[in-house]
Design a protein around this ligand. Structure first.
Ligand SMILES: C[S@@+](CC[C@H](N)C(=O)[O-])C[C@H]1O[C@@H](n2cnc3c(N)ncnc32)[C@H](O)[C@@H]1O
Length: 413
């Protein structure tokens, strides 16, 4: 705490921002407050702006909410990966609904938001984690960056969100890295990604600064020896290219892919392919889509930002529907093609949506009965929206992980 920064208050937080932070108004200025709950009152200490936001931290809770609970995770207040764990779960759902309502209001979208449903699992659901690795004064640090800075690492024992098998492999690999680091600092190991499926298979991805030397190869070999039949292991060299795949190597005698089954469809996942991180919630979403859209009557679907086909293929399984997927990552497109159990009905195109999904393409294909799109966080561009409308599709399913970009996109329809 910086004792020179001004203290303000008592001040009440009325609402949460979509990031989960409370918004407190003081002298007509908005301060973003981590770990706040609406209707609580605080003494706050203002902080230096972070990423352009005026922020303040709670010094004292003057009036606490009945929904405030002790987070189960001991790393919660330093890690910054979760934002709602200090709030009772039923109230978390209520607040998430209000966040979506406020985002829609902000962009003047008149829409009634449904109740937010329970996640089938509140902990131990997440199937992927990326841990940062650094060596500082000879000591190996491995964990997560706190929310506001990439300079620090919060070391963790285990993460409640993750599937237990990921925590198990994390601790085993951490031990190996520490042992090797005691002999020779592992300066070139940058990050570790662990993915898992519900069949308890893992895919390990180790990021290195440069091609491994002999001693670094023995570290990779020791990690490989931890793995079981069915597991997969890659390492890759750090790349500053934002969109291209990095230089990567598949470790011999391990599997090239892992698979996850959604409904009856076995989905292949390659190392750099996006995969929905909560299988149970993905199934809920697909059931919701089925409850609204008469899937049996559909003849042709566009799947924009298709990834490996996770959203469209389970939906159309055993139906006589044709499918066109567009996706920027060539690796994900290869997965999608492999996942389309009978390739006669599905076509996948590798390309940037902005270049590929244009009037020319739309004229080449029949009018779709449904357009599904699951864009990255930033949402999608007006041009793409105009083309979606131009397809004449009677149904559009837009999946979004950012209420603000969703609301903005809806406001432009
Ligand atoms: C949120 S993921 C959804 C993937 C898939 N629909 C699923 O549910 O698994 C977004 C996908 O969009 C792809 N993507 C991002 N920007 C893109 C662009 N400009 N053009 C084409 N694909 C893009 C990413 O590679 C990623 O696979």
């Amino acid at each position: 705490m910086d004792i020179n920064r001004p203290i303000i208050g008592p001040v009440e937080v009325k609402e949460l921002h979509s990031s989960g932070k409370g918004i407190a108004y003081w002298n007509d200025k908005a301060y973003y407050v981590p770990w706040a709950i609406p209707n609580e009152q605080y003494w706050l200490q203002t902080e230096n702006r972070r990423l352009g936001f005026r922020t303040a931290s709670i010094i004292e809770i003057k009036k606490a909410s009945n929904f405030r609970i002790k987070p189960i995770c001991p790393h919660y207040f330093e890690c910054g990966g979760c934002n709602f764990m200090h709030i009772d779960y039923s109230e978390q759902l209520n607040l998430k609904k209000i966040i979506v309502q406020n985002a829609l209001k902000k962009y003047h979208v008149d829409y009634t938001v449904a109740e937010v449903g329970n996640s089938p699992k509140q902990i131990n659901y997440r199937n992927k984690a990326t841990y940062q690795i650094r060596v500082r004064q000879g000591k190996l640090l491995i964990g997560f960056h706190p929310e506001w800075t990439k300079n620090e690492i919060v070391e963790i024992e285990s993460c409640y969100l993750l599937m237990p098998i990921i925590n198990k492999y994390f601790n085993k690999i951490k031990n190996i890295l520490n042992e090797f680091n005691n002999n020779k600092p592992l300066e070139h190991f940058l990050s570790l990604t662990i993915r898992a499926n519900t069949q308890h298979q893992v895919m390990i991805l180790m990021e290195l600064l440069k091609s491994p030397d002999v001693s670094e190869l023995s570290v990779l070999n020791a990690i490989k020896n931890l793995l079981n039949k069915g597991d997969s292991f890659y390492y890759y060299i750090k790349s500053n290219e934002r969109y291209a795949l990095p230089e990567y190597y598949h470790v011999k005698d391990t599997e090239p892919y892992i698979f996850e089954e959604i409904f009856q469809v076995k989905l292949r996942i390659s190392p750099f392919t996006f995969f929905q991180n909560n299988k149970e919630v993905t199934e809920l979403i697909l059931n919701e889509i089925k409850s609204v859209i008469p899937i049996d009557t559909l003849s042709f679907i566009y799947d924009l930002y298709s990834g490996n086909g996770t959203l469209s293929l389970p939906l159309v399984f055993n139906k006589s529907v044709k499918l066109l997927g567009i996706e920027g990552n060539p690796m994900a497109v290869e997965d999608a093609k492999a996942n389309a159990y009978d390739n006669s009905f599905a076509t996948y195109i590798v390309g940037d949506i902005l270049d590929t999904f244009n009037q020319h393409l739309i004229k080449l294909y029949p009018t779709p009965s449904l357009v599904i799109l699951d864009p990255p966080r930033s949402g999608t561009l007006i041009e793409i929206q105009k083309n979606i409308i131009a397809t004449g599709a009677p149904y559009i399913v837009y999946l979004s992980c950012n209420p603000l970009s969703l609301a903005w996109n809806l406001s432009q329809l």
